[in-house]
Design a protein around this ligand. Structure first.
Ligand code: SAM
Length: 204
């Protein structure tokens, strides 16, 4: 069983609260869609985990595809959707192994929260329809002495996320540093830097 399967089984990382950045992005799309129902719209949640964003998007009427390598996580998404009477397409797929096939130009929103796989961005960009959104929060390198060193392969460099979408309309790009108390940490205190981005694919 994978680390993530074990974490989800232990009830960790299983919060239901969606990111405010995503909520704001959906509210913006809703304001723009006077004639068009959100139900006709498609969303993709990459590395969806226990599904807080996939469930939120489905509850807002999106036709949602949610992908994660953790079977336990995906089962949680499916159970939560059933309990709320929502339908979505949740799939177990290892993105690093190319087990998910991106369709070109179909999604109104692609969201990526706390998952970095650099070679995925080409497909991510291509999968967003014209005028659609990419919404993400991803951890960054952080040289603060209290931060536990992590593999830089899974951490963004400063400005990296924004640069990946520099030919899109950048609606939001910030860096946040948040102190958090971690239950299992010896020192208790941990700083986490993250880049938050919301970018809109330009209309042709
Ligand atoms: C920090 S969690 C983020 C979960 C979710 N996006 C959220 O914000 O609640 C990272 C997720 O990435 C998934 N993951 C890690 N490697 C993956 C891979 N190669 N393919 C698909 N998902 C992967 C893990 O299973 C885990 O659910």
């Amino acid at each position: 069983m994978s680390d993530w399967d074990e974490r989800y089984r232990r009830g960790e990382h299983a919060g239901v609260e969606p990111s405010r950045l995503l909520v704001r992005a959906v509210e913006m799309l809703a304001r723009e869609s006077v004639d068009e129902k959100l139900a006709a719209r498609r969303a993709l949640d990459l590395a969806c985990g226990a599904g807080r964003h996939a469930i939120y998007l489905a509850a807002q009427g999106f036709n949602v595809t949610a992908v994660d390598a953790s079977r336990v996580g995906v089962e949680m998404v499916e159970r939560r959707a059933r309990e709320r009477g929502l339908r979505l397409d949740a799939r177990v797929a290892d993105l690093e192994r190319g087990e998910f096939e991106f369709e070109p130009c179909v999604y109104d929103i692609v969201c990526d929260f706390y998952y970095l796989q650099r070679d995925l961005f080409h497909d991510v960009r291509a999968s967003v329809r014209r005028g659609g959104l990419f919404v993400a929060a991803i951890h960054m390198v952080d040289a603060h002495p209290e931060v536990k060193p992590m593999n830089p392969e899974f951490l963004l460099e400063p400005g990296e996320l924004r640069a990946l979408f520099d030919d899109w309309e950048i609606l939001h790009a910030t860096v946040s540093q948040r102190r958090s108390l971690r239950k299992n940490s010896m020192c208790g205190l941990r700083l986490k830097s993250k880049a938050l981005t919301c970018a809109r694919s330009r209309f042709a």
